[in-house]
Design a protein around this ligand. Structure first.
Ligand code: NAP
Length: 558
């Protein structure tokens, strides 16, 4: 399988060892690693450039909710040292520039085919090869098919009656145009109040003449306290502080021991270096809790949920944190009716906690109207705008901030057929099933990067991506060394993993409401808690054990 072997075999140019679908952070790193190991690799992506989610999500305010010093590859110390993040939480354009830098630095572009959609992938058992087809009718034959398709890459646009009739432009946050959209002087409607909307709303409100926010379910969000980072050692200490989750470290301090930061991160449940509180919320009195929550609020970011150990496990404990945020909303939002409409009543952290800049404050603006469609849904879309609560809201532009068909949507859009013609659609009719979120029984030589059943979206994605890529590359090297033609998860290993996954999620707070984690946002999608909720360290231990025991739970065919 080495590149020399291929040259000698004079294979068809469309004949590769590995096909990687997706040129986001998973696909880029996978290409770099596999090429370095001598595999012939082809990467395809439907986008016209690399960057994955950061290529598509260009809406105003789009930025990462993980601190930039942590939302970065760790595989190359030189890359870690040379790249300079300019904000504590990087914006979408800056993250995209980083992806471009990586593609160029490691000369990745020559093996990436852009504007190319894979429509089907069929396994040929007699040859142990996958035959993939592109939307323009080309065939790519490969030994291994690896889906680096991302967890949030297929947008969800609900079907509203009359949708086609709207006279103005309709945007989706997840497929935002590449040129700036100017809302000056416009009446704008936003449907949805998840993470994307929470980032976009404050900025659109500053530009639009009037902004109408159509909220079905209020969302919890905590402040980002974002700031510019100055890497010049001569600038003030506070200006250079890049990392506020535990100690307030400066950029220089982090770069002096980047490996230490990564090591601390890998020990954490969410693969994010921060210092959690080790106490139960119920062990302390209300006053102490208030002080602690305030401290975490001032720290900002998703680590708010680390304020106590039992926020994910005990409804009573969770309620104390939820109530703290509810009080914050009531303090920030001046109109008590609007404030109450913004107050969520479910468990905090059940839907992914959002991280914002001035989200609740935006509702104090006179040009922002919150429209509560929680009890009575949007009735229809008209030529002029949105008809809801028995009245018409006239709009010039409409924004769907309605999220994604998460984790399975992109995989199921491709006609994937494994052994005996089994389709992935049939296999996943009752929800996604796989072994470690990496392999699927019935689908040999097929891997997913951060697939359902792995910690993925519950962690710092960069760490999870690297862990999966490293595992898959080591696996392919093992197969090559041992002359193994095919690897496939066994049914029993898969069943055990799915049962373990379900058991971990059973009484977990994240499973206590309807969210995209459970497919609740897509009509007809089976309710299954998709990501692995057992935490990053436990998961990595399991993956390492499987590899150390010659890929226990997989059948290897010579
Ligand atoms: P989302 O969290 O799924 O939010 C979608 C919103 O649209 C929800 O408020 C939902 O209401 C609403 N909605 C859907 N269908 C509707 C309908 N028919 N009528 C009215 N409202 C409707 O999607 P998202 O905001 O794009 O975020 C998805 C995920 O992407 C996040 O959870 C996060 O993991 C990731 N993300 C990350 C960042 C970041 O790194 N900072 C930024 C953006 C997104 P319901 O709640 O009632 O369903």
């Amino acid at each position: 399988m080495s590149s020399t072997q291929h040259t000698n075999n004079k294979r068809d140019p469309s004949d590769y060892d590995v096909l990687i679908v997706g040129a986001g952070f998973s696909g880029l790193y996978l290409l770099h690693r596999l090429r370095g190991s001598g595999f012939r690799v082809r990467v395809v992506d439907r986008a016209s450039d690399v960057g994955g989610t950061w290529y598509w999500n260009r809406y105003p305010g789009a930025r990462c909710d993980v601190e930039s010093m942590q939302y970065a590859y760790s595989f190359c110390p030189e890359l870690e040292q040379e790249w300079v993040w300019t904000e504590k939480y990087a914006t979408q354009p800056e993250i995209l520039r980083y992806a471009h830098h990586v593609a160029e630095r490691f000369d990745l572009r020559r093996d990436i085919e852009l504007n190319t959609t894979i429509t089907s992938a069929v396994f040929d058992e007699s040859k142990h090869r996958w035959l993939a087809e592109t939307s323009d009718g080309r065939a790519i034959s490969v030994g291994f098919c690896i889906m680096a398709t991302g967890c949030l890459s297929t947008t969800n646009t609900p079907k509203f009656e009359g949708q086609e009739s709207f006279a103005g432009p309709v945007y989706h946050t997840g497929e935002w145009p590449h040129k700036a959209v100017d809302f000056t002087g416009q009446k704008v409607g936003v449907i949805g109040t998840g993470s994307s909307a929470i980032q976009a709303i404050p900025l659109i409100a500053e530009q639009a003449e009037h902004l109408y926010v159509f909220q079905r379910t209020p969302h919890y969000t905590v402040p980002a306290w974002n700031r510019m980072l100055e890497s010049d050692p001569a600038s003030s200490e506070s200006g250079r502080k890049a990392y506020g989750y535990d100690a307030d470290l400066t950029i220089e301090e982090i770069k002096a021991d980047y490996a230490g930061l990564r090591k601390r991160a890998r020990k954490m449940f969410n693969a994010l270096a921060f210092i959690p509180n080790r106490n139960s919320a119920l062990e302390v009195d209300a006053f102490e809790r208030q002080v602690e929550y305030e401290e975490f609020w001032q720290r900002g970011g998703v680590v708010f949920l680390g304020a106590y150990t039992d926020l994910a496990k005990s409804l009573e404990a969770n309620e104390t944190a939820a109530e703290f945020v509810r009080q914050k909303i009531r303090q920030i939002v001046k109109d008590p009716v609007v404030a109450e409409t913004l107050v969520p009543t479910y468990t905090i952290g059940c839907k992914r906690l959002a991280v914002d800049t001035n989200y609740y404050e935006t509702y104090n603006r006179s040009n922002v109207t919150l429209v509560d469609v929680g009890q009575s849904p949007i009735q229809r879309i008209t030529q002029q705008g949105i008809y809801a609560l028995d009245q018409e809201f006239n709009l010039d532009s409409l924004i769907m901030a309605t999220g994604f068909d998460a984790m399975t949507g992109t995989l199921l859009k491709i006609d994937i057929r494994g052994r005996d013609g089994l389709t992935l659609k049939e296999k996943w009719a009752e929800g996604p099933k796989g072994y470690l979120g990496l392999g699927i029984s019935g689908f040999p030589n097929f891997f997913m990067i951060t697939g359902p059943g792995s910690p993925s979206v519950l962690t710092n994605m960069m760490q999870s991506i690297e862990q999966h890529v490293d595992w898959v590359v080591a696996c392919l090297e093992y197969l090559r060394t041992h002359n193994i033609a095919a690897i496939e998860a066994t049914q029993s290993a898969e069943d055990d993993w799915v049962a373990h996954n379900d058991a971990m999620a059973d009484d977990h707070m994240r499973n206590s409401c309807s969210s995209w984690y459970v497919g609740g946002n897509i009509e007809g999608k089976p309710r299954v808690f998709m990501p692995y909720v057992g935490g990053f360290p436990l998961y990595v231990e399991k993956c390492d054990e499987v590899a150390a025991q010659d890929y226990l739970g997989f059948t290897l065919t010579p």
